[in-house]
Write a protein that binds this ligand. Sequence first.
Ligand code: TRP
Length: 326
Amino acid sequence: MSNKRILSGMRPTGKLHLGHYVGALENWIKLQNEYDSFHLIADYHVLTTGLKTDDIYNNSIEMVIDWLAAGLDPQKSPFFRQSQIKEHTELFLIFSMLVTKARLERNPTLKEQVRDLNIENIIYGHLGYPVLQSADILLYKGNFVPVGEDQVPHVEITREIARKFNTAFSEVFPEPEALLTKFARLPGLDGNAKMSKSLNNAILLSDEPETVQKKLRKAVTDPLKVRRNDPGRPEVCLVFTYHKKFNNKNLDEIESGCRSGELGCADCKAMCTGYINEFLAPIIEKRKYYENNLNDVTEILDAGEKRARIVAQSTMDDVRNSMKIG
Ligand code: TRP
C-alpha cells in the first residue's frame, strides 16, 4: 500500500445509479486497497445550486448506504460530511484570498452549469465552488483525486491554490493530481450520453429485478434496427454498452447476432437485464441490511467524522503556523 493519499468526494444526491458506479465508485473501491483514502460527502456544495436543504441529510444517508452496499469499506477509509468538520470552511476562507474572480469565471465546469441550469446571476459561493473543493482536497493533503472529465478543471484550480499558498507562506500542501476514471460514461436509457437521475434515464443500484426489466424494455436501441431480422449496429446501441460492462459471458455472440440481425432487441435486452440483475443482487442484499440497521450507518459516519477531523485539525495547525497567525 502506497502512503499517498486519495481524496474522493460526491455531492449527496440520494440513491446512486449505475453511472455513479461505473464512473466513480468502482474505481474508489479498487483504490481503497492501494492508497490511504478519504471519502467526502460534499453536503455544503449542494447549496451552490439551491437552498432546498430538507433532503440533504437523507440524501447523504442514502448515498452512504449505496457506498457500503457497493463495497467501500469504512474501516479502511473514513466517510464524512463536509458540514460536520468546520476546518473545511476555515480553509475555504483562506483559499478564497489566493484566487482571482477572473480565474474562477474561466472555469469551464461552471460555464456548463450556468448554461444547463439557465442561471442568470451567479451566486458568490457558486463561483467559489472549486475553492471549497480545493479545501476539501488539501485539508487531507490529498495526492490523487479520482474524478471524471468534468472535474479536472477543479483539480487544476486546486493545484494552483496549493502552489500559491506554498510560495506565499511555506510548503504545506502537495499538488494533487486527477486520476481519470477509465471507463467512459455510461449512457442513459434514453440514449443520452450521460446517465442521470434528473434526466430520469438511470438504473439505480437499488432497483429490484422487475424494475430493471421494465426500464430496459423501454431503452432506446439502434433506430435503424426496427424488426428482428434487421441488422443492427452495436456501436450506436446503449444496450450494447451495458453488455460491454456487465456481460462477461457471451459478448461476442451478442455483437455478431445484432450485426447479422439474428438476435432481436427484445432478446438482447432480456439477456442484458439478467446480467445487470446478477451484478445488482449482492448490492441490493447488503442495502437491505443497512436500511434495517440505520444505526450502523450513523455510527459509521460518526466514526469517520472523528477520524477525518483529527487530520483536518492537524492540517489547520500547519496552515496557521505557516501563516504565522498562531
Ligand atoms: N465536485 C465534485 C462533483 O460534483 C464533488 C466534490 C466536492 C469533490 N468536493 C470534492 C470531488 C473533493 C473530489 C474531491 O463530483
